[in-house]
Structure formats: C-alpha cells, structure tokens
Design a protein around this ligand. Structure first.
Ligand SMILES: *Cc1c(COP(=O)(O)O)cnc(C)c1O
Length: 436
C-alpha cells in the first residue's frame, strides 16, 4: 500500500488509523476527508528530529498552513512544537482562535492587505516575510501607528531551477513572489528596510517550488542565499541571522513518485549551511524549513461513493463519483496524479483502466485519468489516497456543492474536526432583497 498507516482488514476493507473506511462512510457519509492523526504527528516529528540531530536544534520547522489548516490541525502543529506559515487573515484568525503561540507564526504572501498587516502586528506575529517595497512601506507605516517594532524577513528569488511543474516553480525571476537577486532588487529592499524605524531586519527566505524530489536544488539554494547574506554584511554592514529555505519536499502520489526520506532534506541542507557559514564567517545561522504537503498529504484520504459508470466502447470508461473538482481541484489545476482503490474491496485486482470523473459541470472535472482500479459498480466506495494537502484547503462550492466534512482518526476512533456543509450553509450569506 502507498502508505503504511493504511491497511486492508479481514473483511477486505480499507482501514486508516485503525478505522474501517466503510464504517466511517456509514457514520459520516460521502464525500469524506479522513486524516490520520498519528501520521500527521509522525511527519512533524521526522522534520523536528532532523532539525535537532543534524542542525543542533538551532532552527524551527514551520508547517505551511495553506496545505491544510483547521483549528484541530493548528493544535496538533502547536503540540508537535512546530511553527506556522500563514498567508492570509483567515489563516491568522485560525491560529489566534486556536491559541497558537503567535511568535511562532510567519506571515507570507505577495499581497498582504493593510487590514491583514494591521491584524498581524496587533497580534504579535513572529515574522513578516516581506514580498516587495510597497508592502515594506505599509508595514513600517502601520507599525508606527501601533507604536510597535516588527521583525522582518525577505522573500528572495534565488534563481534556482527546481525541476518541477512550471506552475509550481517559484524560484525564478519571472515570478509574482519576492524580489530578485540578479537585478539588485533584493539588496535594495534590505538596505531600505535597515533604515526604517519600526523594522528589524532579521532574515531572508526563499521557496523554490513544490513536489521536489531532489536534494541538489535545496543545497544550491542554500549556497546562493548564504552568499547573498555575506554580501549584504560586507556591503552594508547588515547582519542577517535567519535563513528560511521554504518547503516543497515531494511525496508519493503514485508508484511512479520516488520521494526521499524527510530527514534527508534537513540533513543535506544543514551540511551546506554549516560549511558555508564557517567559510564566510557568518556565525550560527538560525534555520527554518517550511514543509506543507509532506506533512499533511500522506495523512489524508478522500472517500467517495461511486455513481454512474459509463463505458464508451473503444474510447474510455468513466467512473463518476459524488465529489470531484469541488473537493479536489488538483487534477483540473495541474493534471495532478493520484492512486485510487475501492475501499470496500481493497484487495481486489486492479484489472481495469478507467477515468474517475467528478459531478461538476466541467469536462475537466476529473480526479484521475486512465488509472488502474478493480471493476467498479454503483454503490462502491472509492478511496483516493494522499489527499491530505491542497484538497480541503482548495475546496470550493462550485455548482452549489457543500464542502465535505473532515474526520480525524486515531487508534480506531474517529473525531469530526470539520462538519459537512449542508444546504443551509450554502445560503448562509445569501440575501434576498425584500423588494425583489
Ligand atoms: C507553499 C509554500 C510552502 C509549502 O510548500 P509544500 O510544497 O506544501 O511543502 C512553504 N513556504 C512557502 C512560502 C510556500 O508558498
């Protein structure tokens, strides 16, 4: 099986976190997101322990909340001793309401609104990761209004090719995120910030892409970033003490994917950072890493009910499910690939090549194209694996479909952490003017 927290029980049903998926479906209905709590915690620990072992604990692992964030998830991340990377007022609000320690929250994003900046400063967010000069000026102004000082880091484009899908490659100069090294933007903004009264320049940050399977882009990025830190010190006398190397560590969606062990990223990068810091006399550099997908994705599966089966002779066989792009838009966005199986006949041989289609009114609403599964019939339960990241967090209400609930499983017990949106939830913000 793709993940070792999944197994097939004596009834031939798929089990996650000790819970029979067919029982979960009876209790909570379909579509249903299921997250394995111990797998989330285990993934957090892999990173945290690697930081302790290979980098003497002189750093912090930040979970990238955009992958999957709810109050329960926030609590788990806090309990595991990780920090949190947020990109919106909504994510900040989730952290505040969960009581997450705000000094461990790092605020990213290429267009933070004045309201979001103000909210972040007011609640004592740990770092603003500044994207551009307009934003820097807004932070200085709002910090002055609140008589506060703000610690900032800068989103840098290191210009490293991350060998990944074009849409999720973000380290190059032609990107909406951050300031570039090669045209001098990066040093200009840091020099400017260092002269501001309410700003403390503490770090630089980069994030070179997502679903990356190689160590080398991270190692090269670390070198580039540290050389830049040394240049800034030599030219401007500005001492940067934090290096944030972002996330993007690849996971296994299908058998074709060959991910590395999570510790390897931190191990490899730690070696480079220690060596270059020594060579360039940079002292002890506090290091941050920001895994999102690799913490949440493997922990999650989505359960659907199979509906209509359409076998178009000599063309293609479509299996329609009761969800689709509304709960998992990743195929529609990037032709993402998944592994699927029948949860109620999990050991059955995968003898058919089918295309799994969602129920939305879009031809591109697919979950997987031409994948092998056992012969499926209406009423079967389809499990799509490794959906813990960028599924619930990207879910939408297209066609007025309510978002599925999220269930957290552990030791054979299930707890609802997000309830299902029902029809009345869909009308919650609708206003029918009385004079209409
Ligand atoms: C998306 C993102 C991450 C997490 O990326 P994953 O591929 O989910 O690990 C980390 N940092 C930043 C700034 C991001 O934008």
């Amino acid at each position: 099986m793709l993940n070792d927290h999944l197994r097939i029980n004596e009834k031939g049903n798929l089990e996650i976190g000790g819970c029979d998926t067919t029982e979960l479906v009876k209790e909570f209905g379909t579509p249903l997101y299921v997250m394995d709590e111990m797998n989330i915690r285990h993934n957090c620990r892999r990173y945290k322990q690697a930081m302790d072992i290979f980098y003497d604990g002189n750093g912090l692992v930040l979970y990238a909340g955009k992958a999957f964030l709810t109050m329960a998830m926030c609590k788990i991340i806090e309990q595991e001793g990780l920090g949190l990377d947020v990109v919106s007022g909504g994510e900040i609000y989730t952290a505040i309401k969960t009581g997450f320690p705000m000094e461990r929250v790092y605020f990213h994003g290429n267009n933070k609104t004045p309201e979001e900046i103000s909210m972040g400063i007011e609640h004592g967010i740990g770092r603003f990761v500044v994207d551009n000069q307009t934003e820097l000026e807004a932070i200085e102004r709002i910090a002055a209004e609140q008589s506060k000082r703000v610690k900032v880091s800068f989103r840098i484009k290191p210009g490293v090719d991350a060998h990944t899908h074009e849409f999720i490659q973000t380290g190059q100069i032609d990107s909406k995120f951050g300031v570039a090294l090669e045209n001098g933007e990066a040093e200009e903004i840091i020099a400017l910030a260092a002269r501001m009264k309410h700003i403390d320049v503490v770090g630089v940050h980069c994030h070179i892409g997502s679903q990356i399977f190689a160590l080398e882009p991270f190692e090269r990025t670390a070198e580039v970033m540290l050389s830049f830190i040394a240049d800034i010190r030599d030219q401007y006398g500005i001492h940067i003490t934090e290096l944030n190397l972002g996330g993007g560590f690849g996971i296994q969606y299908t058998e074709k994917d060959e991910p590395l062990e999570y510790d390897q990223f931190i191990e490899a990068v730690s070696k480079v950072v220690k060596r270059v810091c020594h060579e360039k006399g940079l002292g002890r550099m506090y290091m941050l890493m920001e895994p999102g997908r690799s913490i949440a994705a493997p922990a999650g599966i989505t359960l659907y009910r199979v509906g209509n089966v359409k076998d178009i002779k000599d063309v293609r066989k479509y299996i329609s499910i009761d969800g689709g792009m509304c709960d998992n838009p990743r195929y529609a966005l990037y032709q993402a690939e998944y592994t699927a199986l029948l949860a109620n006949r999990a050991a059955a041989a995968k003898t058919e090549i089918v295309t799994i289609a969602g129920k939305c009114c879009e031809s591109g609403d697919l979950i997987a194209k031409d994948i092998a599964i056992p012969p499926a019939k209406p009423g079967d339960i389809m499990a799509v694996l490794a959906t813990g990241a960028y599924n619930y967090s990207m879910a939408m209400n297209y066609n007025r479909n309510g978002k599925p609930p999220v269930v957290l499983v552990k030791d054979g017990k299930s707890r609802l952490i997000v309830k299902r949106e029902d029809y009345s939830d869909l009308l919650r913000n609708d206003i029918l003017p009385v004079d209409l």
